[in-house]
Design a protein around this ligand. Structure first.
Ligand code: GUN
Ligand code: ZN
Length: 445
């Protein structure tokens, strides 16, 4: 970027965990008809509502981008999603273990091919941007080339990505298996080449305990210990048949989570997807380690895994953020994920406010990933990853927004009725990276 930008609209971000109240106080920061000041390095310099002050800050070379009447939020963070599973989204009729064998494993085999991996990574990241997701923690496949393709495509788009080659050395078909020695060499090579480069970070990625031998889990733990800045991502306690299988495979472990704990994989950079069937002792382990859970409501409903009890996790001090879990989940849109999350909690007598949902998809995820200095809010100094939204798309949402009586009602209606069609433009580090084809009203930066 060579010039300053003032992007003007209804700015909404969170400054802290809003708790579960509709009246969340200063944790919710809504600055309607205000300008986000973006400096030459693509960072947030501040927010200004006064037109003359904006002009003075812009100087003669700066540019105003007029999104007035539209909502502007930080870019969303998806903390659990599978890049190679766009081909199996919306697959009929199975629960987790059959779903993996019937649809997912066959689809992932294609990513052994470098061209296929690159095409898939580009399609996937462009689809994320079109949904307003600018940061993600991503599973590619077991193939080293699929991780490289993802990192390359993420770097080309300037995105904040956390990813790592999937580890799986058993209980998967030919073409999807690695072995401990080669996998360790591949991981070390990928970490040394990609971790900390651009906006990329490495995540050690055992798929789940069933597809790694104890020796491979041990190796994953060794990597986490040898490279303290890397992350860890995996699945835990998603589906009841899966939990029973883990008990057979690891009879000495107290629980499914305990398998990971016993291999040095539960730490403050660990993200566990699902965690539906954990118990109190597991949650205490997660809390004490400051590890966290990616709640994936769309996936949990679609492949019939169960209802995640966010209230219980919160009561025990476990951090929770939001994952789309595509292709188990049926949408990359974090708005749809939030709306599904509301319904999953509603079935358990809990109420997910728009503030809590937004926090989980922005600053909450950023803080848990130790990235709040870079993403998740409009705090000065963060990179200007942002989304310009239509408050409403179509007459029904339009009407509902018009009759909303207060800000929460309005934002909740946007969150519940909205999806990727509401995304007007997505910016990454101060540059527009997606624009809805019909959105001509915004001047080109
Ligand atoms: N458990 C192991 N692999 C997967 C996967 O690809 N998706 C989901 N939802 N759960 C898993
Ligand atoms: Zn998953």
């Amino acid at each position: 970027m060579t010039h300053r930008i003032a992007l003007c609209g209804d700015l909404l971000d969170l400054t802290a965990d809003p708790g579960w109240q509709v009246d969340a106080g200063p944790a919710v920061r809504f600055r309607p008809d205000s300008c986000l000041l973006i400096d030459e390095a693509g960072r947030v310099a501040g927010v200004e509502a006064d037109a003359a002050a904006v002009d003075a800050w812009l100087g003669s070379a700066g540019q105003r981008v007029d999104c007035r009447g539209r909502l502007v939020t930080p870019g969303f963070v998806d903390t659990h999603v599978h890049a190679p599973q766009l081909d199996v989204i919306a697959s009929f009729g199975t629960e987790l273990l059959d779903w993996l064998n019937t649809y997912t494993f066959p689809a992932e085999r294609k990513f052994a091919d470098a061209l296929e991996a690159r095409r898939g990574a580009e399609l996937f990241l462009d689809a994320l941007l079109a949904c307003g997701t600018t940061s993600a923690m991503v599973f590619p496949t077991v193939h080293k080339v699929s991780a490289e393709a993802l990192f390359e495509a993420g770097e080309a788009r300037g995105m904040r990505l956390l990813a790592g080659k999937v580890l799986m050395d058993r209980h998967a078909p030919e073409g999807l298996l690695d072995d401990v020695e080669q996998a360790e060499r591949d991981c070390v090579d990928l970490i040394e080449r990609w971790h900390g480069r651009s906006r990329l970070a490495y995540a050690v990625t055992p798929r789940f305990a069933a597809t790694s031998t104890p020796e491979q889990l041990q190796m994953a733990g060794r990597l986490c210990a040898a490279y303290p800045g890397v992350y860890l991502q995996t699945h835990v306690a998603e589906n009841r048949a899966e939990v029973r299988w883990m008990a057979e495979l690891f009879p000495a472990a107290r629980s499914y989570l305990d398998i990971y704990a016993g291999h040095g994989l539960v730490h403050d950079r660990s993200v566990f997807a699902h965690g539906i069937w954990l118990d109190d002792a597991d949650r205490a382990v997660l809390r004490d380690a400051r590890a966290s859970i990616a709640f994936c409501p769309s996936s949990n409903m679609f492949i019939g895994s169960g209802l995640f009890d966010w209230g219980q996790a919160e009561a025990q001090g476990v951090a929770v953020h939001l994952g789309s879990d595509v292709g188990g989940g049926t949408a990359l849109s974090q708005l749809r994920t939030m709306a599904d999350g509301y319904k999953v909690l509603a079935l358990q007598g809990q109420k997910l406010t728009a503030w809590k949902a937004l926090y989980a998809a922005t600053l909450g995820a950023a803080s848990q990933l130790r990235l709040e200095h870079e993403i998740g809010s409009f705090r000065p100094g963060t990179l200007a990853d942002l989304v310009v939204w239509d408050w409403a798309q179509g007459p029904v949402a339009q009407r509902r927004l018009e009759v909303a009586r207060d800000l929460h009602e309005r934002v909740f209606a946007w969150m519940t009725l909205g999806d990727e069609r509401n995304v007007v433009a997505t910016w990454v580090a101060g540059r527009e990276r997606y624009r809805r084809p019909d959105a001509t009203a915004i001047p080109q930066p």
